[in-house]
Design a binder for this molecule. Sequence first.
Ligand SMILES: C[S@@+](CC[C@H](N)C(=O)[O-])C[C@H]1O[C@@H](n2cnc3c(N)ncnc32)[C@H](O)[C@@H]1O
Length: 319
Amino acid sequence: MLPNVQQTDAADHVPVLAEEVRELLSIQPGETIVDGTFGAGGHSRLLAADLQGSGKLMAIDRDPTARSYFDRVKASTRGVQMRFLRGDYAVVLSQLAGNGVGADAVLLDLGLSSMQVDRPERGFSYATDAALDMRMDTSDELSAADVIATWDERELEKIFRTYGEERYARQIARGIVRRRSESPIERTGQLVDVVRASIPAPARFGEGHPAKRVFQALRIEVNHELESLEAGLPAAFEMLRPGGRLLVISFHSLEDRIVKRFLRDRARGCTCPPEFPICVCGHEPELRILTPRIVRPSAREVDHNPRASSARLRAAVKI
Ligand SMILES: C[S@@+](CC[C@H](N)C(=O)[O-])C[C@H]1O[C@@H](n2cnc3c(N)ncnc32)[C@H](O)[C@@H]1O
């Protein structure tokens, strides 16, 4: 869920695609829910209510500040067993699956939460000057400033191009390397200045903030976001009981591509070449896709929360 301007409070936080999530996950009393990206707990609060006083909810987040939101959601939820597990969902889900813990619904709402973007000191925002941090897990060693200080020009160019789909990746990487040889780039404001200075003048005034894509790329790199998704999806699937639902909300095409491919591969039955008269592979579909068309927020939702506009939802049920 992306932020509004003021600091987030779990009680007034409206999660993205909330009604669609509730409908597709269709939580029944007694079930076990795993929210792999708890954030400010907006989705968890609604899904816990759907348990109607009986069932379990396991909340995962790598950001230690999510814990206080969890405590608030727990305090206002009666009869549901709730646990907070801090860590990368890819690791936690695989540990839970390895220990034979089952789930009826797993939710991943990817990206940044309001509690992260709304706090300038976390260094995620190009709109406010702050230390260039961007770690979701503040105990991780690598910060965005480390990447900017130590990655070589080609590596920087690659992450800006791949994770940010930044047209001027080469010019920006070159600008960073030149600037850091004069003085360290340790603040978000300094990075914004370098980006502005490295791109052609018309691009500085184009659509959106000129540093938006570079900030996105850095955040994905610092937090290994795509690696977590690649590893987390099979772990989530393994945890699901037959009939269990998996739902993922992503915010850019790189994430959505990974989710789409994962679901399509598991939904596929026979993989024999079409010219084979009979099936010899014996491959059976492992899931049924619940969203043949990608689900996007309604115009009304985007009106209320413009930052939800890039959200894309896919869901499936385990066979
Ligand atoms: C978009 S927010 C979730 C918002 C939440 N659904 C709500 O309604 O408040 C994403 C959250 O996932 C967390 N997160 C992102 N990647 C993660 C990962 N690999 N493991 C654990 N948590 C992660 C972030 O720290 C952030 O709090």
